[in-house]
Ligand binder design. Structure first.
Ligand code: PEP
Length: 256
């Protein structure tokens, strides 16, 4: 299976800054066939960057999109409008769930809309610190995973990527803690077990599962060697070009 290294710029970088970053990243990267490098800049940067990107080296993702294709939805961008610009869309990121109130039903419609529009959704799931402390991690993971996938046909499951992002480990969270590789391993096992019980072992093995939460060039190798982890979703460290390139090179080294 491929390895995925996804940089989520969140609400950072002007279009000009994102374009300069991309220019430098393309210069720094060779073509890595077994590592899919992806960046998710702001929506406004997607059109210009789609003209600039070398798709042999890397791909673009949107950070969010709305599930209706068109209509009276002021301020939204649809998956159908993103067709041709991006290969991936991040769906259900914890900041969307917790700041913008997106629930599993909403996320479910977005995952289905992405698949319908031939864009790979990166479905983010993860428990908060209080959910973990109350012993609710397994329930939250199962609900978010099966809720997110509920409208995807069985024969389209291979078009979805899951990202496990414990909310308490995300760098923007107050007092973020690093997840240990053992903690990641336990939840990744649960994700694959849940997928296996629901959709069969073949689907469970084929679905890429990424980890995200304060990943940097020093800890990327440890997370990438957790069994069942197929890549990383990176926020803060993806904004620092050298860090991001180091993480990509680590992925190449660890996974080949
Ligand atoms: C994220 O927000 O998806 C993320 C993983 O952020 P960070 O790497 O900054 O923790």
């Amino acid at each position: 299976m491929k390895t995925y290294i996804v940089g989520n710029f969140k609400l950072n970088f002007t279009v000009g800054e994102a374009s300069i970053y991309l220019h430098k990243l393309l210069k720094a990267l060779p073509v890595y066939r077994d590592v899919d490098v992806v960046i998710a800049p702001s929506t406004v940067a997607l059109q210009p960057l789609s003209l600039q990107v070398d798709r042999h080296k890397m791909k673009l993702a949107a950070q969010n999109a709305f599930y209706r294709d068109y209509g009276a939805y002021t301020g939204e961008t649809s998956f159908s409008q993103l067709r041709g610009l991006v290969d991936y869309v991040i769906v259900g990121h914890s900041e969307r769930r917790h700041i913008f109130g997106e629930d599993d039903k909403f996320v479910q419609k977005k995952v289905a809309a992405a698949v319908r529009n031939k864009i790979t959704p990166i479905l983010c799931i993860g428990e908060t610190e209080s959910e973990r402390s109350f012993g609710e991690t397994a329930d939250v993971i199962r609900d978010q995973l099966l809720g997110g996938l509920a409208d995807v046909a069985d024969d389209e499951l291979d078009k979805v990527i899951v990202a496990y992002e414990p909310v308490w480990a995300i760098s923007s969270t107050k007092a973020a803690k690093l997840a240990t590789p053992d903690e990641v391993s336990e939840v990744v096992k649960l994700i694959r077990k849940t997928l296996g019980e629901t959709y069969g072992n073949d689907a469970a093995e084929k679905m890429p599962v990424l980890f995200g939460g304060s990943v940097n060039s020093s800890n990327a190798g440890a997370y990438l060697t957790v069994p069942g982890v197929n890549g990383l979703l990176i926020g803060g460290s993806s904004l620092i070009l050298n860090e991001f390139v180091d993480i990509i090179e680590t992925a190449k080294r660890v996974k080949s």
